[in-house]
Structure formats: C-alpha cells, structure tokens
Design a protein around this ligand. Sequence first.
Ligand code: NAD
Length: 345
Amino acid sequence: MVTRVRPSRKRCAVIGGSGFLGRHLVEKLLEKGYAVTVFDIRQTYDLPSVTFHQGDLCDKQALLTALQDVSLVFHCASPAPASDDRELFQRVNIQGTRTVLQACMEAGIQKVVLTSSASVVFEGTDIKDGKEDLPYASKPLDYYTQTKIQQEKIVLEACDKEKGLLTVAIRPHGIFGPRDPQLVPILVDTARRGKMKFIIGDGSNLVDFTYVENVVHGHILAAEGLSPDSTLCGKAYHITNDEPVRFWDFMSEVLVGLGYAAPQYHLPYWLVYGLALLLWLFSLLIHPLLAFKPTFTPMRVALAGTHHYYSCVRAKQDMGYQPLVGLKEGIARTVASYPHLRNGA
Ligand code: NAD
C-alpha cells in the first residue's frame, strides 16, 4: 500500500525560479517563511535555503521528483518572447503547461498560480483601462502571445474544486526592476549603438510598466487567497503599477537616469508598423533558405506606439491588491541597480 504524505503547508515550488521574476518571487517567499523548491531548465544562482531541481518542464518525471512534499506551485517559466520560435513556444507553453498540470494532479498539489500576461488580450490596437473580461486576442501579433493565451486557458480550465486543484492566473504587464536581463540592457544597448533617437508616433500613448516587487506581491496574494470558497478560483487578474505612463516618458526617464539622451525625433506610427510588417513577411518568405529573425517586429512597434493599460480593480477587490512600490521609486531603484550600464561606465 502506498502511503501518501500530506504536503507541508508552506512548501512551494517555483517553476521558472531561475528567471528574472522567478528569482524575485523566490526571495520574497523565503522572506515570508516559505520553504522553496526551484524547478528550472537552468540554475542561475545559489541560495543555501533553496532546493534546486534542474530540468525541462515538459518532463513529467523530473517535475514529479521536484514536487514531492509541495502543496503550492508558481508556474512562471516561458521561453523569452524575443526567441520568436513557434515550435519552442508550443512545446513549452502549451504541451509543457499540460504536463505541469498533470504532474500537479499526480503530486497532490492544491494550488497553481500561473504567470500569464496582459498581452493575451492585445491585438496591436489601443486598450485603455482594459478589464479581464476583454476577449482573448483573436489575431495575436506573435507566437509568444498566441501560446500565452492557450496556456492561460489550459490552467484556468484545470481549476477543479472537486478534484482539489485550484488555479489562478496573474497577468502582469511590462515588468521591470533590478536584474531584468531584457528591458534596460536592450534599451542601453540600443542607445549605445545610437539607435534610441526616435519616438514611434506622437509619444502620447499610455502604457503600464510594473515594478517587479508589485508583480511578486500579486502572485503571493493570489496564492494565499486561493481556497475552495474564494472567488479567485479559475480567474485571471491584471497586476500593474496602476499608474499608466507615457511609454516614451518611461523610456526617457530610464535612459536619462543612466546618462543617455532621451529620444526626440518622431516617426509616423503606421509607417514604422508597415515597415516592421514587411520585414516580418520577408523573413517568412526567405525562411526556408535563410534563418533571419528581425528584432524590429510588428509586436514591438505596437507595444511602443499604442495605448495599452489595464485596470487592476478586480485584483484590488478580490485579493486586496495595492502596488507596494510606486513608479518613480521603481524607476529610481532600477536605474541605481545597473551601475555597469551607465553611460561611460
Ligand atoms: P525569464 O526568461 O527571466 O524567466 C523565465 C524562466 O523560465 C527562465 O529562468 C527559463 O530558464 C525558464 N524556462 C524556460 N523554458 C523552460 C523549460 N522548458 N523548463 C523549465 N524552465 C524553463 O522571464 P521573466 O521576464 O522572468 O518572465 C517570467 C514569466 O512572466 C513568463 O511566464 C512571462 O511570460 C511572464 N511575463 C513577463 C513579462 C515581462 O515583462 N518580463 C510580462 C508579462 C508576463
């Protein structure tokens, strides 16, 4: 007879815990007294109090080993959006997420918190104060978004109080903060190459950027609020700084904070979008002959040139969410954390 050990209440696993958001989440969970297991395809740091399991989330057996004695799982792993690798996104975000849920069921996990993305409703056109009941994008602009939509559906549909598995999805937008390998390093690299001179559109478009600690806070509130009788089960929640900001003001503040000039010349939005679209079509055409991946994609142009900000009223009402770190403070902390990227450093 197999004796089932009751998972300890405070042990949780962070799938993707070696990543930018994942590591911040791990550190906060430790601070709050959780025992933490990290499951990730790579190990990027070491902490004596964390149990690391290196493995691919598509491998159920590897997951089952890592999930022993765990009751709560945070799933914040995904291939980087910039990879734009359709097959990889499908394998990891769709099939892999199904595998994660199967492993969770088999391991007797009670709660799963998925890191989704607010971009699941973004189709490249303006969204102002978007609520969670907006329909999923019917024409997502890239494979990453396409598979994040599927991933969120799979996780929310798996919520089953009878079977004892509770799920919830957090939809952050534009996460930034110390140790982010994407936003600030790419911005600085572009500035150093003299390519941060232009503003796409008139520069008035408002967007959400969310300081990483606020995203972590939203995840932990969701995990702790998830119970068979809570309203959170099977629902998605926007988590933002709740301070929409002009996209180009945010970028300029980071650039100027690091000693670079702010962009100042305007380019018409539709011209830039059209060029990005042509480049993308061209890359598809030549794909059989040449692997060419433009960095200047329609999604990136749309993200830089449209309004897209989201309401977090639902998170405030259902889980008492309030951002802990304001935007100005978040930017100041972020800038201070990259001394090696300062102009002239
Ligand atoms: P990240 O790339 O820093 O972290 C992702 C982690 O997932 C990495 O450590 C990576 O090794 C791991 N991973 C990838 N494939 C894996 C696999 N097959 N098996 C095991 N681990 C695997 O990314 P991040 O910015 O920290 O993003 C975390 C999550 O937040 C992702 O789900 C992303 O879609 C979501 N998100 C990010 C942003 C943002 O602005 N960064 C915005 C919205 C949503």
